[in-house]
Ligand binder design. Structure first.
Ligand SMILES: NC(=O)c1ccc[n+]([C@@H]2O[C@H](COP(=O)([O-])OP(=O)(O)OC[C@H]3O[C@@H](n4cnc5c(N)ncnc54)[C@H](O)[C@@H]3O)[C@@H](O)[C@H]2O)c1
Ligand SMILES: O=c1ccn([C@@H]2O[C@H](COP(=O)(O)OP(=O)(O)O[C@H]3O[C@H](CO)[C@H](O)[C@H](O)[C@H]3O)[C@@H](O)[C@H]2O)c(=O)[nH]1
Length: 351
């Protein structure tokens, strides 16, 4: 199982939703992990639970550093004291609506933070990077499934940061061919670790579908607004490619292994999705079945900027990374409910 030589991975944003799940898998695979996170959208309790999940021995290989990527000195401190073999870069802001109202915050955090990271990596000759991109770079795709070589476009400032950061990665690698960069375009990450100990815990009222459904199920919200019921889809609601966060975590391990194994990889994008589309109403029904709870819904108008149907072509990831999603919507809802039921207020003890 474990890697033959113990490789040391810097995980930015490792206290967050996808970060915590990936760190669990990295430690189990035998990697050493250093997290840097400013806890802007996460809590230290999440990292404590990662430690609890992997046990005391593997926990010794996990280090948490409070730091902000916008502050180059915070990154520099880490690189000055240890060698990193690669970086998995999750840290970033991700709320579409907030990015429309406050684009400078998004450009500062996501762009400046990432540029600081590249500068420091280059200085210390660490030139392997796995970057969190998003299906948002496909905009409103003209065709589905989305293939990695489709034309890219951004629909909002958040999406623009992902698009710019993809372009920046391609430019850096072109100018300095020794860089190896994998851009992972996540579709819609949902679910939680099967233990129910870690999961998604958004601050404030959730924007995304599954955290919202989860809060309705535990009584924190009265009903779900279904945005759009007149789309040209099977039931009129919009279709997305939901992917279990543990599958996503394993996708990062596969990407990392590819980075280490393939000197010719250059800078390449991979979709991480299941290749299957599920409508909002189908997701509600699946969650009701998994939880045994009724989710009251209100049919509303479309949410501005939403695409009708988006799902991934998974061919490239399957062929080149040897990775394929294992879980379906049933397991996603089962694990999301297990997390919600055990932690109705997320990582908070009580409100
Ligand atoms: N969850 C999704 O739906 C989704 C979809 C596509 C892409 N992504 C991308 O994946 C990445 C991880 O997403 P997530 O869902 O785990 O989000 P998250 O908010 O749970 O995790 C991001 C983490 O980064 C930290 N962070 C933010 N800015 C930072 C900075 N300047 N310095 C240090 N730490 C900082 C936050 O505190 C948080 O712990 C993000 O880049 C996001 O844009 C997420
Ligand atoms: O309360 C809600 C929330 C969402 N939806 C609907 O559920 C679907 C999924 O919405 P999400 O907000 O969960 O996800 P999106 O597909 O809109 O976007 C998410 O996934 C994208 C990748 O595909 C980007 O990464 C983006 O940043 C991220 O928010 C959409 O049709 C949306 O209108 C509702 O009906 N009610």
């Amino acid at each position: 199982m474990g890697s033959s030589v113990e490789q040391n991975i810097l995980v930015t944003g490792g206290a967050g939703f996808i970060g915590t799940h990936t760190v669990v898998q990295l430690l189990k695979e035998g990697f050493k992990v250093s997290i840097i996170d400013n806890l802007d959208n996460s809590v230290i309790e999440a990292v404590d639970r990662v430690r609890e999940l992997v046990g005391p021995d593997l926990s010794k290989k996990l280090e948490f550093n409070l730091g902000d990527l916008r502050n180059k000195g915070d990154i520099e401190k880490l690189f000055a004291k240890q060698r990193f073999d690669a970086v998995i870069h999750f840290a970033g802001l991700k709320a579409v609506g907030e990015s429309v109202g406050n684009p400078r915050r998004y450009f500062d955090n996501n762009l400046v933070g990432t540029i600081n990271l590249y500068e420091t990596m280059a200085k210390y000759n660490c030139k392997k990077m796995v970057f969190s991109s998003s299906a948002t770079v496909y905009g409103q795709p003209e065709k589905i499934p989305c293939m990695e070589d489709f034309e890219l476009k951004a629909m909002n400032p958040y999406g623009r940061t992902k698009l710019f950061l993809e372009e920046i990665a391609r430019d850096i690698q072109k100018a300095e061919p020794e860089w190896r960069i994998v851009l992972l375009r996540y579709f819609n990450p949902v679910g939680a670790h099967e233990s129910g100990r870690i999961g998604e815990d958004p601050k404030g009222i959730p924007n995304n579908l599954m955290p919202y459904i989860q809060q309705v199920a535990v009584g924190r919200q009265p009903e779900l607004n279904v945005y759009g019921h007149d789309y040209p889809t099977k039931d009129g609601s919009a279709v997305r490619d939901y992917i279990h966060v543990m599958d996503l975590a394993d996708g990062h391990i596969a990407a990392l292994k590819k980075l280490f194994a393939d000197p010719e990889i250059g800078c390449i994008a991979y979709n991480l999705g299941t290749g299957r589309g599920t409508s909002v109403l189908e997701m509600v029904a699946a969650f009701e079945k998994a939880s045994g709870k009724k989710i009251p819904i209100k049919l509303c108008g479309r949410r501005s900027g939403d695409a009708t149907a988006v799902y991934a072509s998974t061919e490239r990831a399957e062929k080149e990374l040897g990775w394929k999603a294992k879980y379906g919507v049933e397991e996603m809802c089962r694990d999301q409910w297990n997390w919600a039921n055990n932690n109705p207020w997320g990582y908070q003890k009580k409100l």
